[in-house]
Design a protein around this ligand. Sequence first.
Ligand SMILES: *Cc1c(COP(=O)(O)O)cnc(C)c1O
Length: 424
Amino acid sequence: MPEPTEPIDTSEQAARQQDAADPGHRELFHVPPAPAGAYPEAAYLAGNSLGLQPKATRGELLADLDAWAEQAVAAHLVGNRPWLPYHEPLTEPAARLVGALPAETVVMNSLTVNLHLLMVSFYRPAGDRTRILIENHAFPSDSYAVRSQVRFHGLDPDQTVVRLAPRPGEHTLRAEDVVDYLHREGDRVALVLLGAVNYLTGELHDIPAVTAAGRAAGATVGWDLAHAAGNVPLRMHDWDADFAAWCSYKYLNAGPGAAAGVFVHQRHLGDSSLPRFEGWWSTEPATRFEMAPVSRPPATAEAWQISNPPIFSMGPVRTSLSIFDKIGMSALRERSLQLTGYLERLLDALAPAVPIVTPRDPARRGAQLSLRVAGADRLADRLRDGYGVIADAREPDILRLAPAPLYATYHDCWRAATALGDLR
Ligand SMILES: *Cc1c(COP(=O)(O)O)cnc(C)c1O
């Protein structure tokens, strides 16, 4: 039985009071102006899609542009952040963010590219063990990626990609159903690849339980952390996943197309039997420029790198990670639980006709609440154009609201819930 809760104070003043008591870190960010409504700033609840720009990012980017203007080719080696090893100082903060060892982590490329590079190593169909297990409501890019990997191995994606769906009448996958599938069919499964926080429903999976079941069944287990990194505390090393990948432009606020991150568990580092695609950044730096070289990959996740880093997509990652390092994921999660819980209670009170499909248990979700509503895209337009509330709609009938805990406010939540109450 849920605890009986106090009736919520739905007044604007109560929202303002909570903001005074728990102000967050909004001052570090550019908050866009409201396109409409009674307040100057947008109530930005789409940080799960594109995070806001940290004010410090511009200066970081300009410093890299200045290095190019002033040093040109020498900037590969000189200055306070030379380009050749540019990814190196990002490794430790990225590792802290996902609960990995530094050797297990590298910032590179973009998310789907990295999923492919990791599947080259970790999707190895053989004999009867060919299947890839994903969620029925996996993010589209992940679906396309796994289907193309299956075809790359000469297999039929319709037979080989298994899409696990929630039980009839339910919105989210139960961990016990995933585990049960792995107990029953696990000897046919080559790879389990789930979104740690589902992009559509906001469900946070039981990463340790699913990972343990997948590995016990002899499958490799990878996690897409796109909606989890910077949203919920993670311990990828201890949870024993084989690999993970995430993007940096959602909760991490590193800007559109920013360089992404990968995790490869220690047990795979230095394993020369794993196939990998290589380039000059896959080898020990000392051998990078050799003539007719044979690669000597380092026993770290850097062995999965291929190309030299895209500096202007990496600088904003540095700014982002330094914010997370300063504040810490556990403090951020604490604030996130408060904000999302507040939004949930307001929605229940003010817009009760719109069902929330995200799990009600705060331990099973991050900062996002998903509402199931016909015409979600029109509703998102009306929230923006009438109230300055920025939400987003996803096919076929989901409206997502994500109070990202770095910069969203209790007042933003109040604006969204009162606007939805008006519109429904
Ligand atoms: C956002 C997101 C992506 C986006 O992929 P890119 O390669 O960065 O374009 C992929 N998968 C998931 C689960 C996502 O949430």
